[in-house]
Design a protein around this ligand. Structure first.
Ligand SMILES: [Ca+2]
Length: 241
């Protein structure tokens, strides 16, 4: 096989690998590997009102990978209504759909890259709700003011979450994870209060940047399949030449 055919084969193999990776990573429902990297429009985190008020925006450059890496920035005002609180929900009415049966599909946690470009420290929590109950992470992750990008990984474990609706007996965390209606990040120094009807963050003037929100674990079979496609195909074709 001449050099041009080898290179062409390698390019096709990499395209196949990227296609497989994209197929696995962009799951349409709330399954492991569901990813929001803010490279497409519309974004699936942040609600319409936040964008309409100019408080949420997808920035095309400056994510964890630098130039060309888009991310979401949300600024809470700390005053008035509609954006006073540091609350950042997934848009569970759009596509992809972040609501669903996390327990049944094997979702065990959430990871994300976050940065605090503002002047107010963030007490970051993750909250999940079903029709019957809401839970939040018991201990916040403090993101200091003016931080660089940080990776956070949160695991759905009973010991890490607190029931906010006083009905843990009827609605243990495992039941909520079987029928998630809402998932959100928020910043609250103390356990969050419930809004309408979901947990809500503190009324503060603060800013959060978010990228690569991922339902974990990442499907390892997809990664292995991608790597196999990238490496095995050129060797097989080369052996024929
Ligand atoms: Ca990104």
């Amino acid at each position: 096989m001449n050099q041009s055919r080898i290179l062409d084969t390698a390019r096709r193999s990499w395209r196949l690998a990227l296609t497989l990776t994209a197929t696995c990573g962009l799951a349409p429902a709330a399954t492991p590997g569901l990813l929001e990297d803010f490279e497409g429009v519309p974004a699936s985190w942040g609600v319409e009102q936040q964008y309409a008020l100019g408080l949420a925006e997808v920035v095309p450059d400056g994510g964890p990978l630098g130039a060309g890496d888009g991310y979401l920035v949300y600024e809470s005002t700390g005053v008035g209504r509609g954006g006073a609180r540091m609350t950042l929900p997934a848009d569970t009415f759009g596509a992809p759909d972040w609501a669903g049966d996390y327990a049944g599909s094997g979702v065990t946690g959430v990871s994300a890259d976050v940065r605090n470009p503002g002047d107010t420290p963030l007490s970051l929590r993750l909250a999940v709700s079903s029709s019957g109950a809401s839970y939040t992470t018991t201990t916040p992750v403090v993101i200091p003011a003016g931080s660089e990008w940080l990776s956070v990984a949160l695991v759905f474990e009973d010991s890490a979450f607190t029931n906010l609706t006083g009905n843990e007996g009827d609605w243990p965390l495992s039941r909520v994870l079987g029928a998630v209606e809402d998932i959100r990040f928020l910043s609250s120094e103390d356990l969050p209060t419930l809004g309408n009807p979901y947990p809500r963050g503190d009324v503060i003037a603060a800013t959060i940047a978010v990228d690569n929100v991922l339902l974990t674990p990442e499907p390892s079979s997809c990664l292995l399949l991608s790597l196999a496609a990238a490496t095995a195909l050129p060797r097989r074709r080369c052996s024929r030449g």
